[in-house]
Design a protein around this ligand. Structure first.
Ligand code: FUC
Length: 779
């Protein structure tokens, strides 16, 4: 009997296997989602949806990237500039308490906080007949097609629901069909707040304007809230459609297609509303453009756009293939100690998928704290743009994992940030260039947000500029450098050069600032914790790396020797990177006692990853390891993104097995059943940081050398990866067996000599533009 049961399970698994197209590029489940964090995400960058796969009342939760509360305001505190000098003097005199009080009174933004990115609403499909048991149920998200499929049997009939969000047509298409029964259900669209729904013929129209307490102090006779609209068009084959209140009833159809799109009156270039656009008209225009295309044609166009992007990179790791099992079971198994390298390959591809689905064109805004998937009106951390690690981390995998197209929306947004950023530099600090702090929204917030203890990060913009520079470093796309990255880099350098002041020792320092988001005690007997300070290690490292990056583009940007000499002059006067009394990288200007030794942020290691300033000196590398060990000893890595950062750190330390351990911990402790990162709560940066970490274990390309398999863990004995990217316009395919590189193929978009390193084997390989060369090592 036991044996029979076993055979039955195997058989049913293989049935599901073919049904759900399981592999390590597919997430699939045997039951519907019972909560939002079990639903599966689809998106085209601009529109996003979470599909539940429910059988009585199907729910598709909807997002559009611009549905944000708040509005454009000059948030710079008018008394900032006149109090800056006093705050700086107090900090240099270590009167941190007084400095903090003044910072809070005069540098905190007005209003002090941004408002939230919001859900757009939901589509519901309410089935008329919910009798009979559901069997043979699967729902899956195929990453190679970006299509979500639910199939099941009920009362002898088979049902299939497929959905995808097309970037080509800028809409979501849902097809519902069955064999063995006709379709009877009601389709509705709703939003709990600030919207009205109407139905006309086969269209459900949702229109709204955000009403939010944050709007109280806002401008304009007509109010300043974002206006939005969403339209669902219902098309049936066979049967009838009828309007029932605010829903459409489908009776007796053999197939139904829903086309959905949404829009607002937000203007990306201005970071503001554009009252001359009508969101409903925008929706109608989108739908009209594609009206002649049936579901199959839409799908074909969707695949033609999506697949070339996704298929650029493939990754396989040897080991028992568990993809025959549902994804939630695999994750459970890993949590109970089972090894599943394939799940790591899936996690990697999911990260690439999520970035494409939340940041590729037509997206004009970057992926936020939740990508673009959010079911709240007041989301955790407003689902905003945190620029003291989180937004940067979102884009860590973009280039290396070969989804560099996703940087476009980040670039567009940051270009638009230059104007409010210049205002911030001038009005807040009386400085040149542009600046922003640790949080922003789609309306161009730049001031300190919430409290100086979180937001006193005047170099957050410089870090963002470095993220955009990295895309140039990977692609060597000079047009992009000139138009997008360099204005932000140069503007940040201008800001820094005029913002720095001299401390008592003659060093040029940033003040006020902080080391995100850790506190310290001025002396060991003190119980008074401080955060606001001057010249934390992260600032020094950011300045060095930004100025180095500018020097690196001196030729294409035609920078004058005079300008470069001025940068050098500043760099020479920065405080040095120091080793503290515990042998770690010193976090602050002095060797203060830290308040939270296990803090999730490890800002003093910016120069280990994503930066490089700590990677060229073995003493710094040893100290960096010590810093990480100390953080871990006191519970560090406890949030998803913090754990993901650990993977990248250990990859840079060339310690593959420890990087692997943290990747496993990321899955065990910080991953939800839909493989979303769990901060907790859901926050997408851990997905992206984890994806970048996996790539960083396989390939590294900082410091002008290409290192193959720099941190390969023992657990990834054999494997194959195609299409990883390296700095310098390079693409790499590799295959390894029993921990040894078999062969690599290196392709370059520019003429160059590449220094390629595998273990102790270093070879200089001359490569011509557009050429591929093999790399074979004897090691
Ligand atoms: C930073 C982190 C938190 C969280 C928030 C969105 O402030 O310290 O952990 O990720 O951003």
């Amino acid at each position: 009997m036991k044996e029979k049961l076993y055979i039955f399970i195997i058989l049913s698994f293989s049935t599901y296997h073919s049904l759900a197209q399981t592999s390590n590029t597919s997430l699939w489940y045997r039951q519907p989602a019972t909560k939002w964090t079990e639903a599966l995400p689809i998106g085209n960058g601009r529109l996003a949806a979470m599909v539940f796969g429910k059988t009585n009342r199907e729910q598709i939760q909807l997002n559009e990237e611009t549905i944000w509360a708040g509005s454009k305001v000059n948030d710079i505190n008018p008394s900032a500039k006149s109090h800056l000098k006093e705050i700086q003097s107090l900090l240099l005199a270590e009167k941190n308490k007084e400095a903090y009080t003044l910072t809070k009174a005069h540098l905190l933004g007005t209003p002090p906080e941004i408002r939230s990115y919001q859900t757009l609403g939901d589509i519901f499909i309410d089935w008329q007949d919910t009798s009979g048991t559901v069997s043979d149920y699967t729902r899956s998200l195929d990453l190679t097609t970006a299509i979500h499929t639910t199939t099941y049997k009920r009362n002898g009939a088979t049902y299939e629901l497929q959905s995808f969000i097309s970037a080509a047509a800028d809409l979501m298409a849902v097809r519902i069909r069955s064999t063995g029964a006709n379709l009877h259900f009601r389709i509705s669209m709703s939003r709990d707040k600030d919207a009205e729904v109407s139905v006309m013929n086969n269209r459900i129209i949702l229109r709204g304007q955000i009403m939010d307490k944050g709007n109280a102090e806002k401008k304009g006779p007509e109010g300043a809230h974002l206006r939005f609209a969403a339209v669902s068009v219902v098309e049936n084959k066979g049967g009838t459609l009828s309007v029932k209140g605010n829903s459409i009833e489908v009776s007796g159809a053999s197939e139904v297609v829903i086309r959905f799109t949404a829009a607002s009156d937000y203007d990306h270039a201005k970071l503001d509303f554009n009252r001359s656009t009508d969101p409903l008209q925008t929706c109608n225009n989108i739908l009209k453009k594609n009206a002649a295309q049936n579901f199959e044609a839409l799908q074909k166009a969707h695949l033609a756009e999506y697949q070339p992007l996704f298929n650029k990179c493939t990754f396989e790791i040897s080991g028992e293939d568990q993809s025959v099992l549902p994804t939630d079971i695999r994750l459970q198994q890993v949590k109970s100690g089972v090894k599943d390298p394939g799940l790591m390959a899936l996690y990697f591809q999911y990260g690439r998928y999520l970035l494409l689905a939340s940041s590729r064109f037509p997206a004009k805004l970057p992926a936020n704290l939740q990508g673009k998937w959010n079911n709240h009106y007041d989301a955790p951390w407003q689902s905003d743009y945190h620029t003291n690690i989180n937004l940067q981390m979102n884009y860590w995998p973009a280039d290396v994992a070969n989804v560099g197209e996703t940087v476009q929306s980040l670039g567009m947004f940051m270009q638009a940030m230059l104007a409010p950023g210049r205002n911030c530099a001038q009005q807040m600090y009386g400085a040149d260039g542009w600046a922003m702090h640790h949080v922003t929204d789609i309306y161009g917030r730049t001031a300190i947000n919430a409290d100086p203890q979180w937001g006193t990060s005047p170099l957050a913009g410089a870090w963002m500029a470095l993220s955009l520079y990295d895309h140039y470093d990977f692609t060597r796309d000079e047009k992009y450098l000139k138009e997008v990255a360099f204005p932000l880099m140069k503007g940040s350098a201008d800001f820094i050069s005029s913002f720095l002041i001299k401390d008592k020792n003659g060093y040029l320092v940033t003040a006020p600032s902080m080391s995100p988001e850790n506190g310290f005690y001025l002396d060991k007997d003190s119980t008074q914790r401080y955060i606001v300070t001057y010249a934390p290690a992260i600032d020094v490292q950011i300045i060095m790396e930004l100025f180095d990056a500018i020097k690196a583009v001196a030729v294409p940007m035609k920078l004058t020797p005079d300008y470069l000499a001025r940068l050098e002059q500043v760099m020479k006067q920065l405080p040095p990177i120091r080793i503290n009394r515990y042998g770690g990288i010193q976090e602050w200007i002095k060797d203060y006692d830290e308040q939270e030794p296990g803090h999730r942020h490890m800002s003093q290691l910016f120069g280990l990853y994503p930066g490089t300033s700590l990677t060229r000196d073995s003493a710094y590398l040893t100290a960096a390891r010590k810093t990480i060990e100390n953080r871990l000893k006191y519970g560090g890595g406890h949030t998803g993104w913090s754990r993901a950062w650990m993977i990248n750190f250990f990859a840079r330390l060339k310690d593959g097995n420890t990087a692997y351990y943290h990747l496993e911990q990321l899955l065990i402790k910080s991953t939800l059943s839909n493989l979303f990162d769990d901060h907790p709560p859901f926050q997408i940066d851990g997905n992206f940081g984890g994806t970048a970490g996996i790539a960083e274990m396989l390939i590294q390309s900082h410091n002008n050398q290409l290192v193959l398999l720099p941190a390969l863990p023992d657990a990834w004995k054999s494997g194959k990866v195609k299409g990883l990217k390296a700095r310098g316009g390079i693409t790499v395919d590799m295959e390894w067996e029993n921990g040894k590189l078999l062969e690599a193929t290196v392709y370059s978009t520019i003429d160059q000599t590449i220094k390629i390193k595998y273990k102790s084997d270093v070879q200089n390989i001359i490569i011509k533009k557009g050429q591929s060369v093999p790399f074979i090592s004897s090691r």
